[in-house]
Design a protein around this ligand. Sequence first.
Ligand SMILES: [Mn+2]
Length: 339
Amino acid sequence: MINSIIDPQQLNRLKQLLAGVNRIVITCHKKVDGDAIGSSLAMCRVLRNMGKNAIVIIPDQLPASLEFAVMGIDYVTFSFNEVKASNIIKNTQLILSLDYNTFSRTDRMAPLLEQASVPKVLIDHHLNPDNGYDVTISHPELSSTCELVYRIVMQAGWQHLVDKEAASELFVGIMTDTGNLSFSSSYPEVYEVMAELMAYGIDKPYLYKMAMDTVPLNSLLLQSYALLNRMTIVDGGIALITLGKDDLDKFNYKTGDTERLVNRPLSVGDIYWSTFMREDPKYIKVSMRSEGDFAVDGLCKEYFNGGGHKHAAAGEFYGTMEEAVALFHTIVENVKKQK
Ligand SMILES: [Mn+2]
């Protein structure tokens, strides 16, 4: 049995709000990821099983790689059905915000959600949630919003409203937000939550395969090409991968196709710092990853107007790829001097 960590006052307020409404809108952040779609759809299933008229509205297109996680339930994509989605929001009695801390994360849905004069509930694990929610269930210490939704469901006594599909969706969101339990956010209780979800009869090998180990062929080929032809190793420990527009066009590049490419050089034992530069339409997107004592957030902030975490950061470069690569080598020299 997992510990009850949800503030009982907030949970009771949520139950009271739910008791008084029928029409409920569930929203998540743009650039929908596994945790966002998993937590939203699972919450929707629980509420429908409660007899509510609940619907998920996502801001923009669900990536093809996450379509498996929908498992037959309907949802609305705001950017495709703006009129329909707007009407649903205007007529709803309750708004749930899942997996985001501020309305601006919902892109062009934000003004509608902000202006809606119905109660609003935040269920999220990002730092610094917006004020002004009627119920705020914010737990930045948790692995994922999917874990949080599961904890809410258990503590509220809604176990019987969870079905195999909802359990599967929650399982997917925990896997994707924790790098399949590899990140430091996967403390022991996350395993207990996953064990309890498995009791609903989910197909774990299938979900793992679909969530963690499936890529489109052109993405596999593009990444192989990048590693073979566009990677430079400096001093045995520093990797730079560059992909120009011509490279991307050759492989019919779509958003998401270079996912995790920047991490791959770190699989080599001696490599501790990896940088990936991709020529996007308006700028060169720069991503960095590192291991051990070497921090990349400061470098992304100082040289590429970006930031992030110690071992994972990103930024942008305005100029040509040649200039970006030249700057990279200058940074390498500066880093060596400081050592
Ligand atoms: Mn999340």
